[in-house]
Each structure stands twice: as structure tokens, then as C-alpha cells.
Write a protein that binds this ligand. Structure first.
Ligand SMILES: [Zn+2]
Length: 141
């Protein structure tokens, strides 16, 4: 893994948790993003300043996806969303992270991605029961 001191010191996901931490181990963390339109929008963030999935060792890739899938499964159990969106972009912050976004057919952008123009003035997406979510997540990890 190649990182430079400059890229790390200017990186939001190195300098901050990137949200309210719901779970962490020594490899990665699960945070609530805090988006008012999507209160259950989670991110899985690798602690190291890694740019691409293929910068990780094979076992690390497997572990990261295991956490992403555990978050997805726990969100499905708690919220029963109409769809779950998984995305890894990193164009703005090139520090490896996955978005896990429970979607509802009356949320602000549905059926478009949450980064598109809103489909309606105000959407409805439920908040997350953090305690229940954490229990279900930990049970899968
Ligand atoms: Zn970083």
C-alpha cells in the first residue's frame, strides 16, 4: 500500500471518523453518515488510507465485504427497506469506503440514486434503531 503523508493529512476519513461510529475493529469501522434525508445511511470505512479494493490483500477484501454484507443484512432486518444500495465511489475522498443505503420507494430520490436530482420535495426514510442494529451486526461478525 502506497500512501503519502500529504494525502493522509488532507484526508477527511483519516482525520475524522466520518460519522457516528456504530461498530469498529482494528481493520475498519461502520458509521452512520448523518444525512437528514437518509438517517440510516451507513458507511463501512477501512482505517488505512487505501485507494482501491485491489490495494488490499485478498483476505482483507474478503473481510471488508463480510462487514458490508453484515451491515446490509442488519439494515434489512431492522428496517425492511424496498432496496439496499451498495456503492464504492471515492472520487471525492479517495480513501476506500462502501456506502450502504437502505432505500424506500417514497424516499427523496427513489428510484434514482441518492446523488441524483431529488424526485420529490421531501422524502420519507426511517431512522435506525442503533441498539438493535448493533446487536444484529455484531452477531454476524
Ligand atoms: Zn485517508
Amino acid at each position: 500500500v502506497s500512501t503519502t503523508a500529504a494525502s493522509v493529512s488532507s484526508c477527511d476519513l483519516c482525520r475524522t471518523d466520518g460519522g457516528e461510529v456504530l461498530w469498529r475493529d482494528d481493520f475498519c469501522r461502520v458509521v452512520l453518515v448523518g444525512d437528514p434525508d437518509y438517517p440510516a445511511f451507513c458507511r463501512v470505512i477501512v482505517h488505512a488510507h487505501v485507494r482501491e479494493m485491489t490495494d488490499l490483500e485478498a483476505a482483507e477484501r474478503m473481510r471488508l465485504m463480510q462487514v458490508v454484507f453484515a451491515v446490509e443484512a442488519a439494515l434489512r432486518q431492522v428496517l425492511a427497506p424496498d432496496k439496499v444500495n451498495l456503492a464504492s465511489l471515492g472520487n471525492v475522498v479517495p480513501h476506500l469506503h462502501w456506502h450502504v443505503i437502505p432505500r424506500f420507494d417514497n424516499d427523496r430520490h427513489f428510484p434514482a440514486p441518492i446523488w441524483a436530482a431529488p424526485a420529490r420535495a421531501s422524502g420519507v426514510a426511517p431512522t435506525l434503531d442503533r441498539t438493535r442494529f448493533r446487536e444484529l451486526l455484531v452477531a454476524r461478525l
